[in-house]
Design a protein around this ligand. Structure first.
Ligand code: FAD
Ligand code: NAP
Ligand code: SF4
Length: 686
């Protein structure tokens, strides 16, 4: 029995096979499934995670036929000719003593192509296409395609399949009255609506055999109107068990739901209560999911009987060795997923391969450029100036390669701007990245010099072989008449220096920081709440009913007390915050809208005086009689050290904000630090 995580590391006997622990790497689309080659990148990606100790993994969604594609020419397994490439994946995983299931996903009306089909021709508001209604014949053929796909997956060496029955995809569309308007045998009564999933379950079992893992992902909480009722979820689960499912996984929320279900503002373990409602009612193992990102949370959920297994997808993208580190009681070395979605889901929406903000190696396991270059003339003495995300990443990676690294930081703590980000309600996870880097500094032997603002003369005098400038940015002060007025403060004053802010506030600039500051200033929560309280607050804010009285589990949101009146302003045209991340921007906008924040675009700033902020909005003059004006108008690079060092002939590198302030975010900062370390030897020779 594991001394710290006895439940997490308890094996699970499925009768015909045993899983070595209770964690599963949940299905997550990475884009590697779509590579038109022999799937070597996907194989390397899963092999790395298998080496990291996970018991079972599930691939991203693979369609059982062309109509089921998520996007044109998406991943599909419907013919024997497509089997061989998958064997590269399964054999790589088995060589590392782990198991892998292939997810079968039919997108239904969520398909981003004109051939999309659905039980009824009802368009999703998030899709540009109206689906074709499936004929009875096509329904039967599709059931068959699921069976064939499962049989081919078995032939390819997979240990099982997961049937995707949630998140609003085709199977879910049959189950819920919201999207199933049919009047034949496949629609109308509940019995008719669940005929499709049950026939699929039976056909898959029949075609793939008894000794094959079949996970069915049930939508246990649709979070949309006219979704399933709890009674229906329970009956479906029982029927799926009877139809031959080995394990049931929990699906939360349709993609079109207007409630964030995995973003960073969702508290850890916020949906385990849903799975718990089914515990004891069925006799096959239940997996719970969403925002479980530490071994402690996973253990707690299992210990308290919320589920038999936990699913973690993004946490294993962030750290492939999550499970091994936990097993070896090195939990503080885990690079924790901060649920930002910036490099995983946001990439997928742009049809780019996923990677991870905190782990830029993710999905590049097979990429020769992601391997370090050995420096020809041995380890170097390197100075890294600035311990923000860029400097932290560069210094810890360089030290891991054996260089003598000195990290200089002007402040009394590491983290740079992350020390502001972590104060934003719902962004406390950012502290985990600083904890991780702190541990890596110690482990890799970086010489850390806090409270040390360095200048060029000092750096030149210390005989460094190379210097890395990661000094970040300083806030931009816009040229507005009266900008020196005492009402005006910068986001630094608010988030770092705790400057008092009045009851009526205007925020200039609606980028990521303008939004974060607005959330910070309109939030009324008390710091130090327990996870249980955070979950209750979150359910109330977003209208999630723990008693499940209505279909879909929705209830009217509880109105929050908002401590300030706030205007969030931008000069450009269009939706305010249009450039925020695709998968999280809408939730930030909705949060502020629900708090009564006025978000205005096409604003021209005229002047600031005792009367307030004088603006014109779409040509109309106005004065905002506010107590405080917070400037969040972007930043300028801080790179004064660069030129003197270059002039002194020292090889010098710029990364993160110091390199370029425009389009800067932590994803770029961390990636540039890492990339520099990978090629440091080459740069030194040049
Ligand atoms: P910085 O973080 O600015 O770090 C530079 C460091 O250098 C500082 O610690 C500074 O003290 C030090 N330094 C400067 N000069 C010297 C010197 N001469 N000697 C020694 N030390 C020196 N990004 C995202 O991707 N996602 C988010 O959700 C997100 N949220 C944010 C929320 C807020 C409120 C803020 C303020 C920023 C947020 N960011 C976010 C932006 C992100 O934090 C920055 O892009 C990132 O920190 C830039 O990293 P950096 O290392 O280049 O610079
Ligand atoms: P930003 O995203 O570039 O936004 C700056 C804002 O200031 C824009 O709204 C800009 O838009 C306005 N602005 C620029 N110059 C101005 C001027 N001279 N006068 C008045 N307004 C001006 O930068 P940021 O908000 O400072 O964020 C910095 C980085 O951190 C960004 O890359 C951001 O992505 C990242 N970040 C991300 C998140 C996240 O949740 N993902 C959160 C925080 C920060 P207009 O010109 O239209 O007014
Ligand atoms: Fe987690 Fe962000 Fe990495 Fe995605 S990009 S895995 S959400 S840390």
């Amino acid at each position: 029995m594991h001394p710290t995580y006895p439940h997490l590391f308890q094996p699970l006997d499925l009768g015909f096979t045993t899983l070595k622990n209770r964690a599963i790497m949940g299905s997550m689309h990475t884009g590697l499934e779509e590579h038109k080659d022999d799937l070597k990148a996907l194989a390397a990606y899963f092999a790395e995670r298998a080496r990291g100790g996970i018991g079972l993994m599930v691939t991203g969604g693979i369609a059982p036929n062309r109509q089921g594609w998520l996007a044109p020419f998406g991943a599909k397994l419907s013919a024997r000719s497509e089997v061989a490439r998958h064997r590269n994946v399964t054999s790589a995983v088995h060589a590392e003593d782990s198991k892998i299931c292939m997810q079968i996903l039919h997108a239904g009306r969520y398909g981003m192509h004109p051939m999309l089909v659905a039980p009824s021709p009802v368009r999703a508001h998030i899709s540009p296409f109206r689906p074709w209604e499936m004929s009875g014949r096509l329904v039967k053929a599709t059931i068959n395609d699921f069976g064939t796909c499962a049989a081919l997956a078995r032939e390819a060496g997979y240990d099982g399949v997961e049937i995707m029955g949630s998140e609003g995809y085709l199977i879910n569309q049959f189950i819920a009255p919201r999207t199933n308007k049919r009047t034949d045998d496949w629609g109308g009564s509940f019995e008719n609506r669940i005929r499709f999933p049950l026939e699929i379950m039976r056909r898959v079992r029949e075609k793939a055999g008894k000794d094959f893992i079949v996970i069915f992902r049930v939508s246990m909480l649709d979070l949309v109107e006219d979704g399933s009722s709890w009674e229906e979820v329970e009956q479906l689960a029982l029927a799926l068990e009877a139809a031959g499912a080995s394990i049931l996984n929990t699906g939360i929320g349709w993609h079109e739901a207007r409630i964030p279900t995995i973003a960073t503002m969702v508290p850890r373990g916020a949906y385990a209560w849903v799975t718990q409602r089914l515990m004891g009612k069925i006799h096959i193992p239940l997996i719970t999911t969403n925002r479980i990102n530490t071994p402690e949370k996973a253990e707690e959920i299992l210990r308290d009987g919320f589920a038999d297994m936990v699913s973690m997808a993004r946490p294993l993208l962030a750290d492939p060795h999550f499970m091994r580190k936990a097993q070896e009681n090195r939990g503080n070395e885990i690079n924790t997923c901060i649920a930002c979605n910036q490099a995983c889901l946001d990439h997928i929406f742009k049809r780019k391969d996923a990677t991870c903000l905190v782990n830029p190696r993710a999905c590049k396991e097979n990429d020769p450029e992601a391997k370090p270059v050995v420096r020809e003339n041995g380890p170097a003495k390197i100075a890294v100036v600035g311990a923000g995300p860029a400097g932290l990443s560069a210094s810890t990676e360089l030290a891991a390669l054996g260089h003598e690294v000195h990290l200089f930081e002007a402040a009394d703590q590491i983290g740079g701007q992350f020390n502001m980000a972590k104060r934003i309600p719902g962004k406390a996870e950012f502290q985990e990245t600083l904890r991780y880097f702190g541990k890596m500094i110690e482990k890799n032997g970086v010489h850390l010099h806090l409270n040390t603002r360095v200048n060029a003369d000092f750096l030149i005098s210390q005989n460094f072989n190379e210097v890395v400038i990661a000094t970040g940015v300083s806030p931009r002060t816009p040229l507005i008449e009266g900008i020196e007025h005492p009402k005006v403060v910068s986001y630094l004053d608010v988030l770092l220096n705790n400057r008092p802010v009045g009851k009526k506030v205007a925020v200039i600039g609606a980028g990521g920081i303008g939004f974060d500051v607005s959330i910070f200033l309109t939030d009324d929560s008390v710091p130090g709440e327990t996870d249980k309280q955070l979950i209750e607050d979150y359910r109330e804010e977003w209208g999630i009913d723990p008693n499940y009285q209505n279909r879909g589990g929705l209830m009217p949101p509880v109105k929050e007390h908002v401590p300030r009146e706030l205007w969030l302003l931008q000069r450009s045209k269009g939706k305010v915050g249009d450039r925020l991340g695709k998968t999280t921007g809408w939730a930030h906008r909705l949060t502020l809208k629900n708090r009564g924040v006025r978000m205005w675009s096409e604003v021209h700033y005229e002047k600031i005086d005792d009367a307030g902020l004088h603006i014109t909005v779409k040509g109309q003059p106005q004065v905002l009689d506010v107590d405080t004006i917070v400037v969040c108008a972007g930043q300028n690079s801080m790179r004064d050290l660069y030129e003197p060092l270059q002039a002194a002939g020292i090889p010098v590198h710029l990364i993160g904000g110091a390199k370029e302030a425009g389009e800067l975010d932590a994803k770029r900062a961390i990636e540039e630090g890492w990339k520099l370390a990978m090629v440091a030897g080459v740069l030194a020779r040049n």
